[in-house]
Design a protein around this ligand. Structure first.
Ligand code: TYD
Length: 206
């Protein structure tokens, strides 16, 4: 099922999804949007952030369950300020999420195989538009390392495996004809160029 008014940004760490959300937040009509992110700021999301920082060690399958639980809260719950996506989209807000289930199908399939993440995410709605920020991991990791503090997944070998897996996941959805619009972005381009492309694709649904 496609959730109308729902837009998702996906890409490996440092691909620039958060930068593009910040640009959208400065639009004159920003009040028409609901900006959100996964992991959420609910208690599940906060716990996941601890895992990502390396403060809590979890079995990779436990993380897969928790990312899916956080996603359920994101869509249906009221556990955080950025939760309740379905309600917002149905009210007519354009919901833009930094990451969604494609992150689980990618990252968790690298850490615990693809069967569990697939099963846990099969019933969630798909966005109207998915922007895939495609970038060479060597370039994106430089951006991430330039920020200072890093997370457990932010290592070159892992990012290379993730980049490859992302492309496979996106390809698979392209072949499925779900009705979701998939936009491939070359995320190594200048920030303004990427922002222009995003604008062009968002315009028709505003
Ligand atoms: P990220 O989106 O890079 O946010 P920040 O820049 O604020 O740290 O961090 C989220 C990390 O969580 C990223 O490495 C991807 C990972 N992640 C998963 O492994 N599975 C998921 O389902 C989601 C939503 C994120």
């Amino acid at each position: 099922m496609i959730l109308k008014n729902f837009i998702v940004f996906e890409g490996i760490d440092g691909a620039g999804t958060s930068t593009q959300i910040k640009i959208l937040q400065k639009r004159k009509d920003a009040e028409r949007f609901f900006f959100t992110t996964e992991p959420t700021d609910s208690e599940t999301g906060k716990f996941l952030r601890k895992m990502l920082k390396g403060d809590v060690e979890l079995d990779p399958r436990t993380s897969a369950f928790l990312f899916a639980a956080d996603r359920n809260e994101h869509l249906y719950g009221k556990g955080g300020t950025n939760c309740g996506v379905i309600e917002q989209a149905q009210k007519g807000k354009i919901v833009v999420s930094d990451r969604y289930l494609f992150s689980s199908l990618t990252y968790q399939s690298v850490t615990c195989g693809d069967e569990l993440p697939r099963r846990l995410n099969e019933s969630f709605p798909l966005p109207e538009i998915l922007f895939f920020f495609d970038i060479n991991p060597e370039i994106s990791l430089k951006r991430v390392l330039g920020r200072g503090e890093t997370e457990i997944y932010e290592k070159l070998d892992f990012q290379k495996a993730t980049a490859e897996r992302y492309r496979a996941v996106i390809d698979e959805y392209e072949k499925m004809n779900t009705g979701m619009k998939i936009v491939h972005l070359d995320a190594s381009q200048p920030v303004e160029k990427v922002a222009d492309l995003i604008n062009q694709h968002i315009l028709p649904i505003l």
